[in-house]
Ligand binder design. Structure first.
Ligand code: NAD
Length: 370
C-alpha cells in the first residue's frame, strides 16, 4: 500500500514526538511492505513567526491533498499575549474547520503495567476501556460573537454557544455506530437542566437511538459525568458529548491511565482526510529536553493505520509493541515509577521500533520452520 501523510509537528515538544511517530510508521512500512510518503507543513506559533499566520494556505492544501494528517501540538508562552487571531490555537481550530473534522475520538485504555502511574486506586481503573467521542466543529469554541466590549462603562464579555441540529445528529450517530462494535452502550453527556443547547442534544440522542435498538443509551449531566469518571470509570463504554464538555472530560479521562502522554486521538470527517494527534499540548516546560513521552503520538499513528487505511494488523502491531515495551519496564519521566527503566523520548521510540521489527524477525524464523 502507498499513502501520503501530511505531518504537522507544530510547537514545543511537537517536533520530538512527531519524529517518534514517523520513525515507527517507517518501521511498520518496512515490516509490512508499505510505502508512506511524509510531507511536512507548518502550523501554530512557528508558522506565525515565519509566515505571519497560524495556518498558512500551503498547509491547508497539503492536508487536503493527503490521505491522512499527523499533528504534534501547538502553542507556547511566546505567543500567549498575541491577539486572538494570531494565536497558535487558532491554527488548530481552523484546520478542524477546513477539513470539517466533526468528531474527535479519544480512547482511554487501562495498561496494567501503568497502574502505579495513576493517582487512582488500581481497583478503580482496572479494565477501563472507554471511548470519548467529542463534537469538534461547533459549540462555544466557534460561536460568534466572541468578544470583549465596554457597556455602560463596564467591561463585558460574550462567548456564544451555537449548534445546528445536524452537527449534533452526525456525531451522536457516529457514537452509536462505534458502540455497536464495542460494549453497546452510549452515555450522552449534557447539561440539560440548565442549557437549551443541551436540551436539544438530549432530544437528538433519543431520536438517533431509535435506529440502534441494540445499543443502550443513558443520559448523564456533565457535572455527574466528571465525578463518575473518577469514581467508577468502568461503567462507561462510548461517551459522546459536545465540544467544550468533551475537551474537559477527555483530559480528566487521561488521568485514569496515568499521563497525558499516553492518550491518542483521531478526528474524523465525512469524506476524509482524517487527522490524528496526541491529546496533550506542546508541553513547553519540557521542550527540547528529550523528556516527552512519544507514545500518545505513536498510538495516534496506530489509529491512523486502522481508521484511515484499514490496516488493522499494522495498527495492532504498534499497540502490541507499546504494551510490550511498557511491560518490559521502560518509562519516560511522566510515567516513571519505582524500579522501572527511565528512558528519553528517542530511547522510548527506539524500543517500540525494535519491538516491531524484532517481532518480524521472530515471525520470519517461525515461518521458515513451519
Ligand atoms: P500540556 O498538555 O502541554 O502540558 C500539561 C502537562 O503535561 C505539562 O506538565 C507537560 O509537561 C505534561 N505533558 C504533556 N504532554 C506530555 C508528554 N507527551 N510527555 C510528558 N509530559 C507531557 O498543556 P498546557 O501546559 O496546559 O499547555 C501548553 C501549551 O500547549 C499551551 O500553549 C496550550 O494552549 C497548548 N495546547 C495545545 C494543544 C494541542 O496542540 N492540541 C492541546 C492542549 C494545549
Amino acid at each position: 500500500m502507498e499513502k501520503r501523510i501530511a505531518v504537522l509537528p507544530g510547537d514545543g515538544i511537537g517536533k520530538e514526538i512527531i519524529r517518534g511517530a514517523v520513525d515507527v510508521l517507517q518501521a511498520i512500512g518496512e515490516r509490512f511492505g508499505h510505502k508512506f510518503h511524509f510531507s511536512y507543513g507548518k502550523i501554530g506559533g512557528g508558522a506565525i513567526d515565519e509566515l505571519g499566520t497560524p495556518l498558512p494556505d500551503e498547509t491547508i492544501d497539503l492536508c487536503k491533498e493527503s490521505d491522512a494528517v499527523l499533528l504534534g501540538a501547538v502553542g507556547g508562552p511566546k505567543w500567549d499575549q498575541q491577539p486572538a487571531h494570531m494565536r497558535p490555537e487558532k491554527g488548530l481550530l481552523k484546520i478542524r474547520k477546513e477539513l470539517d473534522l466533526y468528531a474527535n475520538l479519544r480512547p482511554t485504555i487501562y495498561y496494567s503495567s501503568l497502574a502505579e502511574s495513576s493517582p487512582l486506586k488500581k481497583e478503580v481503573i482496572e479494565n477501563v476501556d472507554l471511548l470519548m467521542v467529542r463534537e469538534l466543529t461547533g459549540g462555544l469554541y466557534f460561536g460568534k460573537p466572541s468578544e470583549r466590549s465596554v457597556k455602560d462603562g463596564k467591561d463585558v464579555v460574550v462567548d456564544t454557544l451555537f449548534y445546528q441540529k445536524e452537527e449534533m445528529t452526525r456525531v451522536i450517530k457516529l457514537a452509536f455506530e462505534l458502540a455497536q462494535n464495542r460494549k453497546k452502550k452510549v452515555t450522552s453527556v449534557d447539561k440539560a437542566n440548565v442549557l437549551e443547547s443541551s436540551r436539544l442534544w438530549r432530544e437528538v440522542a433519543e431520536e438517533v437511538s431509535k435506529d440502534f435498538p441494540d445499543v443502550q443509551l443513558e443520559h448523564m449531566l456533565v457535572d455527574n459525568a466528571a465525578m463518575q469518571m473518577i469514581k467508577n470509570p468502568t461503567q462507561f463504554d462510548v461517551v459522546v458529548t459536545e465540544n467544550m464538555f468533551g475537551d474537559i472530560l477527555s483530559d480528566e479521562a487521561s488521568v485514569l491511565t496515568g499521563s497525558l502522554g499516553m492518550l491518542p486521538s483521531a478526528s474524523l470527517s465525512e469524506e476524509g482526510p482524517y487527522l490524528f494527534e496526541p491529546i496533550h499540548g506542546s508541553a513547553p516546560d519540557i521542550e527540547g529536553q528529550n523528556l516527552a513521552n512519544p507514545l500518545a503520538t505513536i498510538l495516534s499513528a496506530a489509529m491512523m493505520l486502522r481508521l484511515s487505511f484499514g490496516l488493522e494488523d499494522e495498527a495492532s502491531a504498534i499497540e502490541k509493541a507499546v504494551d510490550e515495551v511498557l511491560n518490559a519496564g521502560y518509562r519516560t519521566k511522566d510515567i516513571e515509577s519505582e524500579g522501572m527503566k527511565l528512558v528519553t523520548t528517542t530511547e522510548m521510540t527506539e524500543q517500540v521500533k525494535a519491538t516491531i521489527l524484532d517481532n518480524q524477525t521472530i515471525k520470519s524464523i517461525m515461518e521458515c520452520y513451519s
